[in-house]
Design a binder for this molecule. Sequence first.
Ligand SMILES: Cc1ncc(C[n+]2csc(CCOP(=O)(O)OP(=O)(O)O)c2C)c(N)n1
Ligand SMILES: [Mg+2]
Length: 391
Amino acid sequence: MLSSKRISLAKVAARAFITPVTVRTFASSSIARNVNITLHKASFETYNCDTPSLEVNISKEELVKMYHSMVIMRRMEMASDALYKAKLIRGFCHLCTGQEAVAVGMETALTPDDKIITAYRCHGFTYMRGASITSILAELLGRKAGISAGKGGSMHMFTPNFFGGNGIVGAQVPLGAGIAFAQKYLGHNASTFALYGDGASNQGQVFEAYNMAKLWDLPCVFVCENNRYGMGTSASRSSANTSYFKRGDYIPGVKVNGMDVLAVHQACAYAKEWTTSGKGPLLLEMETYRYGGHSMSDPGTTYRTREEIQHMRSNNDPITGLKQRLLELNVVSEDELKAIDKNARAEVDKAVEESKASPEPELKAFWEQVYKKEAGIPFLRGREPEETHHF
Ligand SMILES: Cc1ncc(C[n+]2csc(CCOP(=O)(O)OP(=O)(O)O)c2C)c(N)n1
Ligand SMILES: [Mg+2]
């Protein structure tokens, strides 16, 4: 199964402000623009449903675009890491390094009508939903060019079809069910993907959302991004049942190799088909791994070993995995991949400079976009009585 979106390399390059990358095999094999790939048997494990197809028919352009997106995401997070260490990003900063395949594989299976909601590990999803790198970095820097129109702060990452930056663990899950309710109520042929982590999975509200979603057969895909830890607590220390894909009880589920972008793509296409065909909700568990600590203030090495991290990096890295496939399939050459890597670095460097050059928002921005003007709210309380703002 393959997304209907076909994005040419020229478009990838246009978005990236770079010279178009030429893919060697295109010129010589225009008859075979698509490739067939058989995923590993262990890519999926199911609970009360069929297995998503292991056969992937996908265009070479889309494969290269997946690679490009993951490389950009990795670079963008590395840039955020550096900006944080330079004390230009302050407060909390949660990076998704290692988890790139989830955001990329999901987006390539969806259309813009589908909605995604997640918590604070949201930079990659924001990029995939169409935000520019500059708008994401400027948001983290608290600058005017930030995605939330200059409000600043590391937690707000909204685009019209994406709601990220929710800081209360698990609270976005019932909101996701609510968005799916609206889609069903309004007769939209689309789904909502509501993401949460292994740490959030034990929140009572997650189960309340499961219940309502099944009761009303909402087009909601509950996606547990199981990166094995919630802050410094391993999944097995927080969850009595770590088979997150089975925890919907009356909701079928699929466990997915979340380090393989194509497995994620297949599972999300399957989930979209499932939920929009009136079968009700579905649960996906993405088995993934974060290379860094929980946030920038956590070195991430006190509750797990360096060997574990190194093992995941060396054997399961989503970018290296796709790179190997691209080379084996003769879709691109090593040199072409190197050019993509180099251009991605230049693109992110440029975005860093642009976002740093953006001014800080004016103080009055703090009072804007809290309530709709039409709501007629007369004032907003500050931290202290004299800070109360009257509109
Ligand atoms: C209701 C609530 N309880 C506790 C916290 C503190 N907290 C922030 S992140 C986090 C861990 C969540 O882990 P997980 O859901 O696995 O997501 P990950 O950070 O691994 O992406 C906790 C406990 C919170 N933000 N909200
Ligand atoms: Mg986690």
